[in-house]
Write a protein that binds this ligand. Structure first.
Ligand code: CO
Length: 211
């Protein structure tokens, strides 16, 4: 059986498994979604959002792109944030990067990557903001890992820059923004423990939109 056909066989098994003990699983699922989390992660096939968080269908709203970037002129990502905050009223927005990220690696190389150039330039900009720290790390793998972390932090700040997040947080005390890194070597999630209040305070005089 080829991989395409196998998907449908897997699907049938999954449906049966979900209905075991919960015969109304899909009827309930069809009614509405009430996720507490918006997860913004990398498209990398090795980092499946629901699975690494141990969450069921309906529990996490997901946006994925190459290298988990949050760009203010990306209508896709901005629409996802808007919908998640304004309509779903998520409690947490997670930006999750991962070590061994091909997008971050490509951005560290001197190469013309065509259509990927403007996308990956966002990561090169993160490098430029932290050039002194990164250039000071001699070991290439450690430097690469650190850029993965710094990129997550920068994208968290980009989430905090949005009007939706600022206004909803002021009115309701949520959502909070968090940055994680998924370690492919052991499957563990690392919380970068971003101080959300502090980040919000720091950027406020320049990016304030909750007027
Ligand atoms: Co990646």
């Amino acid at each position: 059986m080829d991989s395409y056909q196998k998907v449908f066989e897997n699907n049938q098994k999954w449906v049966a498994q979900k209905k075991e003990g919960h015969p109304d699983f899909f009827e309930k699922l069809a009614i509405e979604q009430r996720p507490d989390f918006l997860y913004i992660g990398c498209s990398d096939s090795r980092v499946p959002a629901n699975e690494i968080m141990g969450l069921e269908p309906g529990e996490v709203f997901v946006h994925r792109n190459i290298a988990n970037l949050v760009n203010s002129i990306d209508l896709n990502c901005m629409s996802v944030i808007n919908y998640a905050v304004v309509h779903l009223k998520v409690k947490y927005i997670i930006v999750c990067g991962h070590y061994n990220c091909g997008g971050v690696k490509a951005a560290m190389e001197s190469r013309d990557l065509g259509i990927l150039n403007p996308w990956l330039r966002n990561i090169r900009d993160v490098y430029r903001h932290h050039q002194e720290e990164l250039d000071g790390i001699e070991d290439a793998t450690l430097r690469y890992n650190r850029l993965v972390e710094l990129n997550v932090i920068e994208q968290c700040v980009n989430v905090i820059k949005t009007a939706e997040v600022q206004q909803c947080y002021k009115a309701n005390g949520f959502p909070r923004v968090a940055g994680w890194v998924f370690d492919l070597h052991n499957g563990e999630l690392i919380d970068l423990k971003i101080d959300f209040e502090e980040q919000l305070k720091k950027i406020r005089h320049i990016y304030n939109l909750d007027v």
